[in-house]
Design a protein around this ligand. Structure first.
Ligand code: NAD
Ligand code: IPM
Ligand code: MN
Length: 360
């Protein structure tokens, strides 16, 4: 298991350190884990003048899987776009062809009351958000800035999807729905955007090969509302890059905190980059308060999707469930009355629980 570790910026190094402890524990227990660390984002820019240094891309290509913390920070916000940390992340996704982004939003029973919604609305929630990750307005050309005819500054981006890009993510969506409750909700803005009209058309066409999956369509504004009105109506949500970015942050709060949501970004062969869905949280960086569970749960997804090791995946997930059952909470999920523990202590608690989880 050759794993590239890219800590990145802000809380990235702190949360990735906890994931590394988990990997070390798994190696001590016999998994053939090999780790190589490289810089990305602002850290890449500081070290090599590039948010995705060439040697980092080499390390990532040579690895079977990648774990990433987060990138970005106020220090880098005024750099030209190509040098910004976020471009390092977008480029590695594109270079490695990681078009499938899985963002599961699951509510742990112990955290139902940590959600910003009433516990009965979220209790038992288990949604899979499937976000297309290498197309859409994130990558469409032309884009840029210019001075328009009126002498004003103007910025422009292009929302664009080709038929094949839509069809391949749609197929993944139907396959995933088949393994779950056989319901797929495709989210778009087909009442306004040409891109979305094509999206809906192609998803519907692909759906003909999956007659056993019930396909529905929803406009993204309604979906944003339904997610906080009655989130349990959803099972698999299939959507484009930008809508998926926004809806997954929204869905994270149903689970108690954005610090709980892992993700897997996969290519067509199952190689993957695994990262929490949240960012570098500059407001809490360096204070040992960030929740490392999203990053640790991303390792669980790595074991499942890249290494096809369900046992190791389940072991990591049971260990996380166990520390929550034991009442361990970082500040973001503590709620009133509970005494929060720090990032390092949470990482240690998961490692300790892993020992137990091995024997259940
Ligand atoms: P953010 O996700 O970093 O933070 C939003 C809020 O959630 C903050 O209050 C933060 O403290 C809190 N939060 C996030 N993760 C947490 C955790 N693990 N534990 C506890 N609290 C947590 O989003 P932002 O503030 O909009 O962006 C900050 C920087 O991160 C920006 O530079 C942005 O571009 C970047 N970003 C990177 C990624 C990524 O690397 N995948 C994702 C999103 C944002
Ligand atoms: C995410 C982030 C990234 C995105 C940014 C940092 C480029 O918000 O992973 O959700 O928009 O995809
Ligand atoms: Mn995001």
């Amino acid at each position: 298991m050759k794993i590239a570790v890219l800590p990145g910026d802000g809380i990235g190094p702190e949360i990735v350190r906890q994931a590394t402890k988990v990997l070390e524990r798994l190696r001590a227990d016999g998994l053939p884990v090999e780790v190589e660390t490289a810089s990305i984002g602002g850290a890449g820019y500081d070290a090599d003048g590039d948010p995705l240094p060439a040697k980092t891309l080499d390390v990532a290509r040579a690895a079977d899987a990648i774990v990433l913390g987060a990138v970005g920070g106020p220090r880098y916000d005024t750099l030209p776009r190509a040098m910004r940390p976020e471009q390092g992340l977008l480029r590695i996704r594109k270079e490695l062809g990681l078009f499938t982004n899985l963002r599961p939003a699951m509510v742990y029973e112990e955290l139902a009351s940590a959600s910003s919604l009433k516990p009965e609305l979220v209790s038992g929630l288990d949604i899979m958000i499937l976000r297309e990750l290498t197309g859409d307005i994130y990558f469409g050309q032309p884009r840029g800035r210019r001075t328009n005819d009126a002498g004003e500054r103007e910025g422009f981006d292009t929302m664009r999807y080709s038929e094949s890009e839509i069809a391949r993510i749609a197929r993944v969506g139907f396959e995933i729905a088949r393994k779950r409750s056989r319901r797929l909700c495709s989210v778009d803005k087909a009442n306004v955007l040409d891109t979305s009209i094509l999206w809906r058309e192609v998803v519907t066409e692909v759906g003909r090969d999956f007659p056993d999956v019930e396909l529905s369509h929803m406009y993204v504004d309604n979906a944003a509302m339904q997610l906080v009105r009655a989130p349990k109506q959803f099972d698999v949500i299939l959507t484009g890059n930008m809508f998926g970015d926004i809806l997954s942050d929204e869905a994270s709060m149903l689970t108690g905190s954005i610090g709980m949501l892992p993700s897997a970004s996969l290519d067509a062969q199952g190689k993957g980059l695994y990262e929490p869905i949240h960012g570098s949280a500059p407001d809490i960086a360096g204070r040992d308060v960030a929740n490392p569970l999203a990053t640790i749960l991303s390792l669980g997804m790595m074991m499942r999707y890249t290494f096809d090791n369900e046992e190791a995946a389940a072991r990591i997930e049971r260990a996380v469930a166990r520390v929550l059952q034991d009442g361990r909470r970082t500040g973001d999920i503590a709620g009133p009355g509970a005494t929060p523990i720090g990032t390092e202590a949470m990482g240690d608690a998961v490692v300790a629980a892993l020992a137990d989880a091995a024997h259940r």
